[in-house]
Ligand binder design. Structure first.
Ligand code: AMP
Ligand code: MG
Length: 281
């Protein structure tokens, strides 16, 4: 199934998140089947990342956004772990520091964008500046409402500089969130992840959905598309994200650099060295 086509937000398309089923699992018959496909994709991703790194010309920026317990951490762990840490970085964004607030909202984002050859995953991103900031009136509407345009321009600039931008909204239901919070309560080693604030924030659920709908509609572009991933089932989420990433990276058509040396000449040097070693024995 072509998940890029299925889950992409078409530029300008008004979307209704309550019309998108977070339980969707396509025709993938079971969890086992999905997990096998995901691990095949993981292998492909490892190979593609190797090429990206070797080519050292383009880069990939993966943006993950979701409600709390939506699965951002899990996606990073499952889908991206096969990649070589040498060319890969995860960048999380908390509430801006006092220093960061002294600058424009993209300042802290741009400085950690990928360099040539790199894959960077944003765990939250500049989209928080039109999500939590909008829901909680952290800046006036006259300020946040202009940010969609700034974001589009910023991502356009990254793309023009050979950074492929791909954005995933991990879509879970309000009930699924409560279940996942419950698990955190049940499991002692997950207590650190839970707070009263997580429950209080649920009263803004509808406001968040409205803010997400606007961000997705207004900032999904041909170059930097948003995908809405049905994420109540973690195994399906992993499958869909990995599939879309494989196809995105295949599209980038990385080429291994041509050798700058004459390999036949080098082989002669190697043979000579082996001879010396053997003579010493
Ligand atoms: P966590 O991802 O659970 O570690 O939480 C990070 C927190 O930082 C979340 O509550 C986000 O809403 C918050 N956050 C991230 N970016 C911003 C921002 N630009 N403005 C305000 N809060 C933010
Ligand atoms: Mg949290």
């Amino acid at each position: 199934m072509n998940y890029r086509k299925m889950f992409v937000v078409k530029p300008g398309e008004k979307i209704r998140l309550d019309k998108i089923d977070p339980d969707f699992t396509d025709d993938v018959s079971n969890k086992q089947d999905g997990a096998e496909k995901t691990s095949a994709n993981a292998q492909l991703l490892a190979d593609l990342q190797y090429k990206l790194y070797a080519e050292n010309r383009q880069s990939l920026l993966i943006i993950l956004q979701a409600m709390d317990a939506g699965g951002k951490d899990g996606t990073i762990a499952h889908v991206l772990s096969p990649m070589n840490p040498q060319g890969c970085r995860v960048q999380g964004f908390k509430a801006p520091s006092a220093d960061e607030l002294e600058h424009d909202f993209l300042w802290r984002i741009h400085r950690v964008a990928p360099r040539n050859g790199e894959v960077v995953i944003f765990n939250r991103s500049h989209y928080e500046d039109v999500l939590v900031v909008r829901v909680h009136d952290l800046v006036p509407q006259s300020v946040w409402s202009r940010r969609y345009e700034f974001i589009n321009d910023f991502e356009k600039m990254l793309t023009a500089r050979r950074t492929r931008v791909v954005k995933f909204f991990l879509h879970i239901s309000k009930e699924e969130q409560l279940k996942r919070f419950e698990k955190r309560l049940d499991e002692k080693d997950k207590h650190w992840k839970i707070s009263a604030g997580d429950y209080q924030e649920r009263q803004y659920w509808d406001d968040y959905m409205a803010a997400f709908e606007d961000a997705l509609s207004r900032c999904s572009t041909a170059d930097a598309p948003w995908y809405v991933i049905p994420s109540n089932h973690k195994w399906f989420r992993n499958l869909a994200v990995s599939q879309i990433l494989v196809e995105t990276m295949q599209d980038m058509k990385m080429a291994l650099p041509k050798p700058t040396v004459n390999i036949e000449e080098i082989r002669k040097l190697a043979a000579a060295e082996w001879d010396k070693m053997k003579k010493k024995e």
